[in-house]
Design a protein around this ligand. Structure first.
Ligand SMILES: C[S@@+](CC[C@H](N)C(=O)[O-])C[C@H]1O[C@@H](n2cnc3c(N)ncnc32)[C@H](O)[C@@H]1O
Length: 496
């Protein structure tokens, strides 16, 4: 089925599940030996899962469907009357986020199956659509400061809904079987494992979103069985809903979700902060047409095709994620204006230190002041982010967050200037080529790679994150590789 993607569809994540697909899913649940007494579809839309559950489970005495969209519910009501499901199905119209669910939940007998397909939209997409289809306290993960400002507080509303459903089952016996993004399923797993929920079975079955929803998303059927029994800190991964055997087991070990339990257990001693080598993200400026330039002789051409003489001391070679991924690091395609030496530095001295750049920035003032990210608010004019002493160190060991393999590369100065990266690249700064060479070799060693890949989920959009890299203690790695002395020799020059 090809689904239309208008504003309303996006805002309410309104991608109705094909009935044949819903039926395949209810059959997977049945094959797990689950015989529910009641079934709830909390965002049922036209009720594909309710109808499929009616056809699959003879054990059920009550079905409840709930949705915000009255037109979908009218369709469903008509359908259940014609097809004579009317006695068993209650249809309720409401908003998931402000509905008092206790009434419904208390009426439903155990085992309770909560099944369906919640909207896959994120809070920031909703913000962009100026939609209020959100829980009231939307910063529910209590993200603060820089994370909240840079959008890391963004979350999937399905995550919020799934957490709510887990609360309903806290002291009950039941199953959650939901279609959701795989990244959401993993976040929920971390939550249930950290909070020691009574999960006795967890499975993730990859689904074909292109075939079923005409959308390309890494999504899955996520099954959590809640009840009394031995707790399971593992989740079986199936490559499709037709796979008979799991292809992978992910797990939870020492507060970490791991994609390869064996390798993680083998190298878990490498976990810890390195106090000397700190991972950094590249530069953030959010105005590439003004800030990024192509060099033409002694002049620079900006994204509007205008050419200027600018003070070279403030214009640095920049490498993008793709340059780092392809190891094109000895030359650069672009340069970037670096207006500050550290975050928050007063930019007005540029007037005297780099008058051409100052004049240039004045000319494009409006473009820079229109940068929407709130990180630039209440900051000196023309501010940038991801800048500090480390930016100006001559050598770096870098990796792109978009890499699909783990490969750390050394990057040295270009035309005598230290290289700057864009903000999708992560790096540790070094003072010399030999130091960069040493650090890159350590990071590319087998123990480091096995340790890091044991926590990487390659299907993620950005599988390599700064949080992941920060988990590796380089000093312990040096000990394991018998390189402690060399490490200490270099590390002592890093004053943090
Ligand atoms: C991905 S569709 C799934 C529909 C149905 N469960 C299925 O699988 O075919 C998401 C559904 O969530 C509903 N929805 C979105 N926001 C909602 C809210 N705040 N409260 C209740 N339902 C909501 C939409 O109307 C839509 O029917």
């Amino acid at each position: 089925m090809v689904q239309k993607k208008d504003k309303n569809t996006c805002e309410f994540g309104d991608f109705q599940t094909p009935e044949s697909f819903a039926l395949e899913i209810t059959n997977i649940v049945k094959r797990l030996g689950i015989a529910p007494k009641s079934v709830l579809e909390p965002t049922c839309g036209r009720g594909a899962f309710l109808i499929a559950a009616c056809q699959t489970f003879s054990s059920v005495n009550k079905f409840v469907g709930f949705d915000i969209n009255i037109e979908h519910l009218k369709y469903l009501k008509k359908r259940i009357i014609t097809e004579k499901y009317a006695n068993e199905i209650d249809i309720i119209n409401g908003n998931f986020f402000n509905y008092d669910w206790s009434d419904i939940i208390n009426r439903l007998t155990d085992p309770l199956l909560i099944i369906g397909n919640p909207p896959w939209v994120t809070s920031s997409e909703l913000g962009f659509l100026k939609s209020s289809n959100l829980p009231q306290k939307s910063n529910f993960q209590n993200k603060s400061g820089y994370e909240a400002l840079t959008g890391k507080s963004n979350f999937d509303i399905s995550e919020w809904m799934l957490l709510k459903q887990l609360e309903w089952l806290k002291e009950r016996i039941g199953v959650i079987a939901m279609l959701c993004k795989t990244s959401v399923a993993r976040k929920i797993l971390i939550h249930v494992w950290q909070q020691k929920y009574r999960v006795i079975l967890a499975q993730i079955h990859s689904i074909d979103t292109l075939k079923n929803f005409n959308a390309s998303v890494d999504a899955c059927l996520f099954i959590l069985q809640i009840g009394d029994g031995s707790l399971e800190n593992k989740c079986e991964i199936f490559d499709s809903i037709y796979a008979q055997k799991s292809s992978q087991t992910i797990g939870y070990y020492q507060n970490t979700i791991v994609s390869n339990l064996n390798n993680y257990q083998r190298w878990h001693n490498l976990q810890g902060n390195d106090s000397k080598y700190i991972w950094r993200s590249g530069l953030k400026h959010d105005c590439s047409k003004v800030m990024e330039l192509v060099r033409q002789g002694d002049q620079y051409c900006n994204g509007y095709g205008d050419i200027y003489f600018l003070e070279q001391d403030f214009v640095y070679p920049i490498l993008k994620s793709s340059d780092v991924s392809n190891a094109h690091t000895s030359t650069c395609r672009k340069y970037v204006i670096v207006t500050q030496q550290y975050i928050g530095e007063d930019t007005t001295p540029l007037k005297f230190n780099a008058p051409n750049i100052w004049e240039y920035l004045q000319k494009y003032r409006e473009h820079l002041s229109k940068r929407s990210s709130s990180i630039y608010r209440h900051r000196p004019e023309f501010s940038i982010f991801g800048v500090g002493k480390y930016t100006f160190m001559p050598w770096k060991v870098a990796i792109s967050g978009f890499y699909k393999t783990l490969n750390f590369i050394e990057v040295g100065p270009i035309n005598g200037q230290p290289v700057v990266f864009d903000d999708t690249v992560y790096f540790v700064p070094c003072w010399s080529q030999s130091e960069a060479n040493f650090i890159a070799a350590m990071l590319n060693s087998q123990p480091a790679k096995e340790f890091l890949t044991s926590m990487i989920f390659w299907n993620d959009k950005r599988p390599i994150t700064i949080e992941l890299l920060k988990r590796l203690n380089l000093r312990v790695l040096a000990q394991i590789l018998d390189q402690e002395e060399v490490y200490d020799g270099y590390a002592k020059n890093h004053v943090v």
